[in-house]
Design a protein around this ligand. Sequence first.
Ligand SMILES: C[S@@+](CC[C@H](N)C(=O)[O-])C[C@H]1O[C@@H](n2cnc3c(N)ncnc32)[C@H](O)[C@@H]1O
Length: 379
Amino acid sequence: MSLEFMITTIEGFEDVAAQEIKDVGGRSIEVKTARVFFRGEANLMYRVNIRSRCVHRLMLVLGRGQALGLNDIYRFAKSINYFEVMKLDQSFAVRTTRVGEHDYTSIDASAMVGQAIVDSFKEVKGVRPRVDLKNPDVEVDVYVKDSEVVIGVNTTGESLHKRNYRVYDHPAALKTTLAACMLRFSGWKGEGLLDPMCGGGTIVIEAALMARRFPPGFFRKSMAFTKLPLYDPKVHREEVEKALEEANRDHFEIYGFDISPKHIKGALSNASSAGVDDTIQFAVRDCTRKETYSDLSTKFVIVNPPYGIRHGRPKAIKDLYTNFLKAISQNLSGTILTAIVGCPKIFETALESVNLKVLDSRSVKHGNLPARVYKIRVS
Ligand SMILES: C[S@@+](CC[C@H](N)C(=O)[O-])C[C@H]1O[C@@H](n2cnc3c(N)ncnc32)[C@H](O)[C@@H]1O
């Protein structure tokens, strides 16, 4: 039976996440802001949650409609059949994400949908389902964008960007999913790779897990789908086994450098916790010095330099960007550089001063921060 799903992902990288969905077997893909809809069999629920690197949450869509106000939301929510996704003895909660201007709040919308669910159960089954906002068995998600409303069930639970291998928290760590999207966007396929400002190691760890085809969902302690009536432990086990069979312990040429010994120590702990410390070489090095690259022949550089926003030092950031770009153009000519920056103007000025050409670029959201990702051929 074909089901409809919706994933949430990094705003700006929806096409990259959509490609990942296609790779695991999703069909009828529809790309929207920060979301991707697709169709597939029930086993995709396990596969996406186990294998996906670019996805935050996977929702099993129960209905898509239009609503101009709370009454419309109630009517639409009431028209949905919840009996296949919630058992009578299960508790539930409704969570709403709202984008756009509305004359009601997300809490109002959640309350309306909650009321519609209670009324449906009372009318058809003669019982009132239990609401548990803190620890529900089933989380009904509502997504409202302008007049569009999507109601579904969260099959993931907590966002998949929380991979559970992080034991050292870098103060400006990149989201794992954003790092994975950048790796796909760069065109990297397992060749030599360097992150010269690796902080806690997110990019290089995601790269090593990707090269080894290790399913990131394996690190998760729990998945929300295990509570759903349609959950089949046998299919779940088979999907995990299939994913693990495709994984390898091969050695890849992956380097992570940072000027801070503390961050390099933290990155090593993170890599060891993720089981990839044997294929990443970490070192304390300054990315603005040309000696840093003298023993390297990597084809890809992927980096998340300091944004400088918190430090309020635009001159220092400009010098760092310019000196870094100079050093890699002198030593890693022909490399593809992918960088995410929080201050595009400063970065573009630095690129011009070193005469580097942008192959591709796009705006993305890093949490709530706007950022820009660049793909550059180093010459
Ligand atoms: C935004 S953080 C990177 C965070 C990382 N992507 C993560 O997820 O943990 C930028 C890093 O650049 C490092 N850095 C700053 N100047 C540097 C330099 N000249 N050479 C190497 N690393 C530098 C900082 O120590 C910091 O860890």
